[in-house]
Ligand binder design. Sequence first.
Ligand code: AMP
Length: 160
Amino acid sequence: MVTSYIGLGSNLGDREKNINSAIERLKHLKDTRVSGVSSIIETKPVGGPPQEKFLNAVVKIQTKLSPKQLLRELQDIELQLGRIRSVKNGPRTIDLDILFYGNKRIKEKDLIIPHPRIKERDFVLIPLGEIAPQIVKRLSNEDNKKDKYSKAVNKKSKAG
Ligand code: AMP
């Protein structure tokens, strides 16, 4: 079993119902167990056309599915809940993202794990921090180290 974190978002239709239905469906995924659910928070849309606010949550699962199988299952749930892909980054009934899959790093055309831009997205960091504070702490430590490193490099290059 691998621990994975799934990000959920909805800003179309009955947002709370969409998030809760997606969580119910995650609970019924084969070879998968839901072991943590964050609270649902309301957030402002980031990027894309002007649109309504989102509801977001993060769910922790234990799964035997491979990352690709998991992605396919999530896309199935999106379709079942009536997601239509029209405008890029536009409004959506439900969006499901694999944030982490154990410690695995994947960079393929259709699957990037850890999900890119987690660190810039409060709508992920806030619910993730609720159920996985150690991960958010680690991410912020990585950032601090990077910050210190780039400051040191800057100082060095200014010093000549
Ligand atoms: P979106 O429209 O934001 O749901 O993006 C969906 C696309 O992102 C799909 O075609 C996926 O193949 C791709 N994708 C890349 N990495 C991930 C990930 N970690 N979780 C979910 N979708 C991903």
